[in-house]
Design a protein around this ligand. Structure first.
Ligand code: 6PG
Length: 485
């Protein structure tokens, strides 16, 4: 531990719960860093410093001491629970910091809060950076994926520090300046939405292999380990195998059978869907994952419905290709979920005026974060080939992957439906794909209905203009001024 006193730390961390402590230790482990650490209750600071005498920490008991221990421009990363606690720390630091100093919020903040905070802090001359940090506790310690927003000027100072602690894939650190103000937290929010979709799809694959395939959790763990050697290679597939292999010490049963089947959430998946709705971007895969957790958490509806319904459908008989069908359905559904997530990034960037490099986002998600996967390299390639591709689903690689897996995907969804096994993720992804692929959609009928009851007007396929049919009159058509939307 370094001596306290004069400004000697080049970076500081405020908030020393698990994520903050691990990030501080990660920073301290990198050559050249001296890390100022501060927590509201000083016991936690003492504990961290006491447990890690090897780390180059400068500990402070007050926020004033903390600010004084930082070299200029002062750079402090706040790692407190998102919400009002963050606002309190920001106002304390803003009062002590000087123009040019940098406050980083490394929590899972709502990007709208980040936009607001950035504006308020910038007015004082201090830089404010909202940075999404993904990778959980281990990532924070060993190398997360980092998604900073804020000004270009702030990134000049901050970038090298963040690059020194981020995960590295193929020599490239998993951090990039995402865009101004809330861009980093927006992209982290979408990351979490995709994370929800990915987890739900994997869970559906497991459920099918168990209930239709008749395999044990341990056998399915082996299947996932196998899949992890191919196109599906990812952190979430890897940990799924580990969770499925776990045996409960108390009962000797598979761990997955003793855990209550009601999934919780902290809200970032919900934010993704709320924002996608506002942006008008269909993110059905993410929404179904959020809803699936919600459905699971309503035993007061599940239990009586089960009782009212009696026997469940018989499980459909499947052939020996079923396991591989599930793998292909999982891959195709995953492509859809990522395509939808990137559509939301594109729409958010447009609405909030951010210049977001989609390829750079896929690049920094290849390591450190929860959705890290082999697959992200294909997304990097897709955007390198055509930065304005209308959907990832038309990229030649993904188009072929989906076409190759399409019949398997359909077999899996129909088998699930016949067997009474819920696959909201697989089914909604397939319907989304079919919607984009259909030459005509029944949206024409919806337009007719809207025009009938509300004179909302419509456009025609064969001539320009906006029209209305006089439904309650002689049902002739008139051209109108309005828009048909
Ligand atoms: C990460 C994770 C992390 C966390 C979220 C989601 O990127 O490291 O996304 O942010 O796990 O809090 O958790 P919930 O499932 O509880 O919403």
């Amino acid at each position: 531990m370094a001596e306290n006193g004069a400004a000697q730390a080049n970076i500081g961390v405020v908030g020393l719960a698990v994520m903050g402590s691990n990030l501080a230790r990660n920073l301290a482990s990198r050559e050249g860093n001296t890390v100022a650490v501060y927590n509201r209750s000083p016991e936690r600071t003492r504990l961290l410093v006491g447990e890690h005498p090897e780390a180059n920490f400068v500990d402070s008991e007050t926020i004033e001491e903390f600010a004084a221990s930082l070299q200029k421009p002062r750079t402090a990363i706040i790692m407190v629970q998102a919400g009002t606690g963050t606002d309190a720390v920001i106002s304390q630091l803003t009062a002590l910091f000087e123009p040019g100093d940098i406050i980083v919020d490394g929590g899972n903040a709502d990007f709208q809060d980040t936009i607001r905070r950035e504006k308020a802090v910038r007015a004082t001359g201090v830089n404010f950076v909202g940075a999404g940090i993904s990778g959980g506790e281990e990532g924070a310690l060993k190398g997360p994926s980092i998604m900073p927003g804020g000004s270009v000027e702030a990134y000049e100072t901050l970038g090298p520090i963040l690059e020194s602690i981020a995960a590295v894939v193929d020599g490239v650190p998993c951090v990039t300046h995402v865009g101004t103000d809330g861009a980093g937290h927006f992209v982290k929010m979408i990351h979490n939405g995709i994370e929800y979709a990915d987890m739900q799809l994997i869970a559906e694959a497991y459920d099918l292999l168990r209930k239709v395939g008749g395999h044990s959790p341990a056998a399915i763990a082996d299947v996932f380990t196998d899949w992890n050697a191919g196109d599906l290679e990812s952190y979430l597939i890897e940990i799924t195998a580990e969770v499925l292999r776990q045996v409960d010490a108390t009962t000797g049963l598979p761990f997955v059978d003793v855990v209550l089947d009601e999934a919780g959430s902290k809200g970032t998946g919900v934010w993704t869907v709320q924002n996608a709705l506002d942006l008008g971007v269909p993110v059905g895969g993410i929404a179904e994952a959020v809803f699936a957790r919600a459905v699971s958490s309503h035993p007061e509806q599940r239990v009586p419905l089960r009782a009212a319904q009696g026997a469940r459908p018989e499980i459909a008989v499947v052939g020996h290709t079923f396991q591989d069908d599930v793998r292909q359905a999982l891959y195709a559904s995953k492509v859809v979920a990522y395509a939808q997530g990137f559509d939301a990034i594109i729409a958010g960037a447009q609405k909030y005026g951010w210049k977001i490099d989609k390829g750079a986002i896929a690049t920094i998600w290849r390591g450190g974060c929860i959705i890290r996967a082999q697959f992200l390299n294909r997304i990097v390639d897709a955007y390198a080939n055509d930065p304005s591709i209308p959907t990832l689903l038309v990229d030649p690689y993904f188009a072929k992957a989906v076409a190759d897996g399409e019949s398997a995907w359909r077999r899996v969804v129909s088998t699930a439906a016949l067997s009474g096994i819920p696959v909201p993720g697989f089914a909604s992804a397939l319907s989304y794909f079919d919607s984009l692929a259909s030459e005509r959609l029944p949206a024409a009928l919806v337009q007719g209905q809207r025009d009938f009851f509300g004179a909302h007007t419509y456009k025609r396929v064969d001539m320009p203009g906006t029209f209305h049919t006089l439904w309650s009159g002689d049902r002739s058509e008139i051209e109108t001024e309005g828009s048909s939307h």
